[in-house]
Design a protein around this ligand. Structure first.
Ligand SMILES: Cc1cc2nc3c(=O)[nH]c(=O)nc-3n(C[C@H](O)[C@H](O)[C@H](O)COP(=O)(O)OP(=O)(O)OC[C@H]3O[C@@H](n4cnc5c(N)ncnc54)[C@H](O)[C@@H]3O)c2cc1C
Length: 431
């Protein structure tokens, strides 16, 4: 009989941070694990903005899930999109096959939220997958190419205006990196247009940038961005995004490139189960991360609503997803081996990090007095990110690329890939 049918079947949906950590935590258990993901690769999302701004190449921050699990014989990988769950029959439905399970781990992450205006996505894409990053890179680089060709002043101004909506870590990182592209990398290479005339505008509805950081680090970040040439608008709400720019309360900004970094919504995992969900669509799990009424189904990472300390929500960050994945692996192990169940999940916050430019970052560690900023902060940020990459090759390539950029200010991954069919903003459309 097939071993898959003899052993307890564990299906893990999502090969992101939470799902992979759960799979690895079950490595030595006599079970049959199936990891399902709609993509064939695990993506290190914290460095996506560096692909979008032409520092790193996609393969520097993404790895085939099969490759990651190649030396784990109890795990197989299926590339498919999960479309629903029949919890009564214990079956996961995908767009290609149905998979029975004994234990189910939902680690399907989150995506951008346009606060009820999904129609904005086409003109103001967000950053979540590798394909988003290469699309943003295409729009960014094409804007400079078109600005070089046009003699129409208004059009050139719009082409060289880049609006980033949302000043959390991703928005801040994108704004700083685009400023560096415009002010440092490109100027020696253009003859007709001066890339330094670009406007990079970071818009935030709240009163300060990096709202999850202490106020002094927010203020430092704002000042650093402004020094780099970024216009920061706080307490400003975007009311509409379209092909030609954004409407803000009391005004309009014409911009060829708009990037959305303003909100996230969880995957539909809660809907698949009819489970209770919070305002962001995250499954409201129990303290052992199981879904209420389903002791063998767990939700981890960005798709789970979990609390810690004095009722704070566990943030949607990679270390949190990994901790949850690891915990669920322990819990399933105890259930399979019939050993005592671990205590309730307890999240340990390890800190908050954000880069502002290629040599400035802010870091806040949980010790209330420990914060870093500037170049020291950037060194800390760089070491932490290189450490968490998968594989020696990628660590080496990324560390070398950053050192090279530090010395030369160059960005090597400036490839304009073909536009998707029907895409906006192609050279042909606009010239
Ligand atoms: C641009 C950006 C920057 C970030 N920067 C940082 C940072 O600096 N530090 C930090 O700690 N965190 C950062 N994060 C957040 C961090 O990446 C997430 O918290 C983390 O990835 C969550 O892990 P997860 O396993 O819950 O989901 P993910 O890592 O998103 O994985 C979900 C997986 O599920 C798959 N999936 C989803 N739906 C389906 C389906 N229906 N069928 C099959 N497969 C499916 C997806 O393809 C994906 O592989 C950033 C996120 C983004 C988008």
């Amino acid at each position: 009989m097939d071993t898959y049918l003899q052993r307890p079947r564990i299906v893990i949906v999502g090969g992101g941070f939470g799902g992979l950590e759960a799979a690895r935590g079950l490595k030595d258990l006599p079970v049959s694990i199936t990891v399902i993901d709609r993509q064939n690769h695990h993506c290190f999302q914290p460095l996506l903005y560096q692909v979008a701004t032409a520092v790193l190449s996609p393969a520097d921050i993404a790895w085939p899930i099969r490759g990651i699990l190649r030396s784990q014989p109890n795990a197989r990988v299926i590339m498919a999109e999960v479309t629903g769950i029949d919890a009564a029959a214990k079956i996961v439905h995908t767009d290609s096959i149905d998979l029975p399970y004994d234990y189910l781990v939902l680690a399907t992450g989150a995506t951008h939220s346009y606060f009820g205006h999904d129609e904005w996505e086409v003109d103001a894409p967000g950053l979540k997958r590798i394909s988003d990053a290469t699309e943003l890179r295409r729009r960014l680089l094409i804007a400079f190419e078109q600005a070089e060709l046009t003699e129409d002043g208004a059009k050139q101004r719009s082409l060289l205006t880049f609006v980033i909506v949302g000043a959390g870590p991703t928005g801040v990182e994108m704004a700083g990196a685009i400023a560096e592209v415009a002010l440092q990398t490109l100027p020696p290479e253009f003859r007709e247009v001066d890339p330094r005339s670009a406007r990079i505008i970071l818009i935030e509805a709240g009163p300060r940038v990096l709202p999850s950081f202490p106020e002094n680090l927010s203020a430092y970040t704002r000042k650093s961005l402004e020094k780099m040439g970024v216009e920061v608008m706080t307490s400003t709400r975007v009311t509409k995004c379209d092909k030609a720019g954004v409407d803000i309360e009391g005004g309009r900004i014409d911009a060829h490139t708009v990037i959305w970094a303003a909100g996230v919504v969880a995957s539909p995992a809660a809907k698949w189960l009819g489970a209770p969900a919070d305002g962001a669509g995250r499954v409201e799990v129990l303290t052992d991360l199981s879904v209420p009424g389903h002791p063998n189904i767990f939700a981890v990472g960005d798709t789970a609503a979990v609390f810690y300390g004095d009722g704070k929500s566990v943030p949607g960050i990679a270390p949190a997803a990994k901790q949850m994945g690891r915990y669920v692996a322990k819990l399933i192990t105890s259930s399979v081996l019939k050993t005592p169940k671990p205590a309730a999940f307890a999240y340990k916050h390890q800190g908050d990090l954000a880069t502002i430019g290629h040599k400035i970052a802010v870091v806040k560690l949980p010790n209330p007095d420990f914060a870093l900023k500037g170049f020291i902060g950037w060194l800390f940020w760089s070491l932490a990110h290189v450490y968490f990459l998968i594989g020696i090759r990628n660590r080496f390539v990324v560390a070398f690329t950053w050192m090279w950029q530090l010395i030369t200010l160059q960005r090597g991954a400036r490839i304009i890939s073909a536009a998707p069919k029907g895409a906006h903003y192609t050279l042909e459309d606009d010239t």
